[in-house]
Ligand binder design. Sequence first.
Ligand SMILES: [Zn+2]
Length: 289
Amino acid sequence: MHPILVSIFSLFWVALSLALSPVHQKNTQTATPPKSVHVGQGEVARWAGNCKRCSFEKRAWPAVNGTCYYPIDMEMKPGDYTISRRTTGGKLETARLLVTEKPCRQEDITNFPKQEYITVSPQNLARAAREAAVLRPLIAYQSTVRPAVFDLPVGKPASPLPRGEGNFGACRTINGQARDRHTGQDYPIAAGKPVQSVGNGRVLLATDGFYSGNAVYIDHGNGLISEYFHLKSFTVKANQTVQKGQKIGIVGETGRVTGPHLHFGVRWYGACINPGFLLIDPAELPEVK
Ligand SMILES: [Zn+2]
């Protein structure tokens, strides 16, 4: 390039950077870029290291072994949220949490074998409503929780655990009629095989539900509740303490099912999440960075 052109070019750059510098300097000197994490509906985000307490949308809970987990309900509105954490050193930090939409898989079940679930009688509707009223407060978010007696990943609900049906959150119709979204993951396991608790805990409820069939709900502390449905029978009762891997019942086909399988679900701080995220190495979860 000709020297004069070089000078003109340099002058242009000096002028341009002077024009931009006030804004530029302010950004680089006073504000560090906010930390953020992208997480799908029904997934779990984590903020690792020196966490004591975590909060999200006016809800707060303790960290699990120094890590904050943010479970996202499968129906949480996609968008831009703020999360925070209190470190063990007492520092309060915030980050952006961007919830992305996870479209539900459509499942149409035809020729449903159990007539009572196709046309539900007023008696059964009333029964289901009573059962839901008992269950709702037990699995909802609570501002105080028992201390965690689990760590991640949790254990498997059956051993060996086959590949899941991939139907967590599915939008379903039965004989053409719309039904609620599927709240867990189904595993194809033969009737009679043992079902085990995924962690230490205390049985919240062991009951025969109209939709869930024979069902066990276990509280693992720190707001984490695991659910096992459609059991042929269960061998635990409410308030009983259970250990990780302890047999709690056997696989069956009770409740609204087309055949034998294990339905495994979790609620964490009230959020309905894909239980598969608790079975993987937590280092693989979307992380605040
Ligand atoms: Zn299911």
